[in-house]
Design a protein around this ligand. Sequence first.
Ligand SMILES: Cc1ncc(C[n+]2csc(CCOP(=O)(O)OP(=O)(O)O)c2C)c(N)n1
Length: 337
Amino acid sequence: MPTAPVGPRAELTRDQLLTLLRSMLLQRAVDTRGFQLNRQGKIGIAMGSEGHEAIQAATGLAFRRGIDLLYPYYRNTGLILACGFPLEDLFRSQLARAADRTGGRSIINHITARDLGIASISSIIAAQCTHAVGAAYAIKLRGETGRAVFCQFGEGATSEGEWHEALNFAAIHKVPVVFLCENNRWAISTPQEKQMVNPDVASRAKGYGMPGAIVDGFDPLAVYAAVSEARDRAAAGDGPTLVEMKCYRFLSHTTDDDDRTYRTREEVQAQRDLDPLPRFERRLLDDGILTQPELEALRAEIKTTVDASTDAVENEPLPEPQTLYGNVYAGPDTPWL
Ligand SMILES: Cc1ncc(C[n+]2csc(CCOP(=O)(O)OP(=O)(O)O)c2C)c(N)n1
């Protein structure tokens, strides 16, 4: 496999383009599996991230492992995998197995991975934004350079006070953070126009005195270029950037939601027609980056991997009931004894 830049499309090598495709395919396969496990009654809830594949694969590619920090939100299945979170550990979280990094205690996908620079996910919308800025402030206070903090959120999060506080503080103190908005147009049943009057989240950047960028979140190469530029600016000590990546949530908010109650099938279908995954596959085929048989082999390999991981983790033990109070109180797991 050549590692030199390929084609007119930029600085990305063939290996990197295939990494993007692999990440996107894996994210979709894991999403599908989550919904299946929920419908089989094996997991309590699943969160779909279909429509966010290009954003999350490309953001994961821009993330420097072992250097940068990631403050994800609950819809970041693909991103955490693209940043090196093991697939088995994701299923351990979904299936609440004893070997899960939180001992099977957290709501699914609320993973934590200190070793990978991935902070714990907070269910509280926008809470991660102030956490991310705090981490970036610490990096600055320690005089470290060449590092950036990635802060992920949806457009709904931008209505929260904490989001505004985070951006304001980050701009004033010029901390090395990138604010990455995955704008899928819906915050559960609330459309963007009921969330804000401005059509673009990125236009808010001006109010805080930082650069803002809008990018097609269905195009992994455009996302990679914008996120890398913002990341490098932060890592160079030139302060934060707000990048708005416009996409769409194809599935319901979670398996507990029914999006037919608040949006038309025509609207969803119009966005499905722009699905980033088949479009990226087509681009790579047209550019001769891979052949149809290679694409089919990659799809089959991912299906085999996801099936094998699910089966392996399903066979792992659940937490022992007597460990219920573990990590809650100091001392033994049975505080009443
Ligand atoms: C502070 C707070 N308010 C409300 C909720 C309930 N809630 C969970 S997800 C969500 C929608 C968030 O939408 P958005 O930020 O656009 O992200 P998306 O889910 O669309 O990716 C809401 C309101 C919450 N978890 N925390």
